[in-house]
Design a protein around this ligand. Structure first.
Ligand SMILES: O=C(O)CCC(=O)C(=O)O
Length: 333
């Protein structure tokens, strides 16, 4: 028996028990057991020299659907499809100016629940307009980041600017959900480390975006707080690794890629990811849930999602196109 895998499994058992039984948020009932397992792991590795390894995410031009499904979706491995969307209307037409000229009055909800810069969680939601967001981005305000923007639901005709038939067809068999989420942010804006059970085909429409990714089996190194939520976050920051707070993180391999306009990233279920906009940027995630590939990615991550109470999975599913509602719900807890 591989002792490291045994320690990982034991860590996950205490994690799910905390998720189910603890009354605090974040859950602390079994925190000392989880910490003890990390210490046991580190004591075995004391003399091992490590360096933070970086691995490039595979990049493929002209990938076939068969290759994409067999070698990436079915195996739960990320891949960048270079230039796959370069002829889509969204990539040819969308820009901050174009959005501002055509949709300036759209209501936008601004929230940044996870902020690894200062370890805080803040579920509050500010309502503003797209005009204000874009004007602020142009002034260099990286905090006015419109995440999970609803423009494709407020103006459904814009979905034709994407090859939605191709996106729908890539979903695994017996999947649920076809959710579009738009991210409009300025140069330097970022989304801290998190993961969830849904698959994501992320189209980079405008500007460049840097992704840092970790496979689900790295939960143990990233030591996520337990919030009883179906969305998981870690205070570990791949851009500024703090190895005193996350001593096991020296064993991580960071998968990285930069998306250019027209690239599509497949981000599999429960892969941790942190994202930074290298330019003013527009990106669009297309998500769906598939129980088989989610359980295959992580039994514990999927069970914790299905058994979440903050919000329960049916509330998260009902509002999957309106994240502001979900964060408002969590803000009342
Ligand atoms: O682009 C971003 O800032 C975050 C994107 C993301 O986390 C996602 O699509 O899952």
């Amino acid at each position: 028996m591989n002792t490291n895998n045994e320690l990982r499994r034991s860590y996950q058992r205490w994690r799910i028990l905390d998720h189910l039984l603890s009354k605090d948020l974040p859950a602390k009932r079994y925190l000392s057991q989880r910490d003890k397992i990390i210490q046991m792991f580190l004591s075995k590795k004391e003399n091992e020299v490590t360096e933070n390894k970086v691995q490039e995410v595979d990049r493929i031009v002209n990938i076939s659907e068969k290759d994409l499904k067999q070698n990436y979706l079915d195996k739960g491995v990320p891949v960048v499809m270079e230039g796959r969307a370069k002829n889509w209307k969204c990539v040819k037409q969308w820009s901050l100016e174009w959005l501002s000229e055509n949709f300036s009055k759209d209501e936008v909800a601004i929230f940044d629940p996870l902020n690894s810069e200062n370890d805080s969680i803040d579920y509050s939601v500010e309502k503003t307009t797209l005009k204000d967001v874009i004007a602020s981005i142009k002034l260099g305000d990286s905090k006015k980041y419109s995440r999970f923007n609803r423009i494709l639901y407020d103006h459904p005709e814009l979905i034709d600017d994407f090859d939605w038939k191709w996106l729908y067809n890539i979903r695994n068999k017996f999947s649920s959900g076809k959710t579009f989420q738009v991210f409009i942010g300025g140069k330097g804006s970022k989304t801290s480390l998190h993961c969830a059970t849904e698959n994501n085909l992320f189209t980079q429409v405008f500007g460049k975006k840097h992704w840092y990714l970790y496979p689900p089996k790295n939960d143990f190194f990233l030591n996520p707080p337990i919030t009883k939520s179906p969305y998981f976050y870690s205070n570990f920051n791949p851009e500024k690794p703090d190895l005193e707070k996350f001593p096991a993180a020296r064993f991580l391999t960071t998968f990285e890629c930069v998306l250019n306009p027209g690239d599509i990233l497949y981000n599999p279920p429960l892969w941790w990811h942190q994202v930074k906009n290298l330019d003013h940027s527009i990106g669009v995630g297309f998500r769906w849930f598939n129980a088989v590939n989610s359980f295959r990615a992580s039994l514990v991550g999927t069970l914790m999602t299905l058994l979440s109470t903050n919000p329960p999975i049916w509330t998260a599913t009902k509002h999957r196109t309106d994240f502001a509602r979900i964060f408002e719900y969590m803000n009342t807890k």
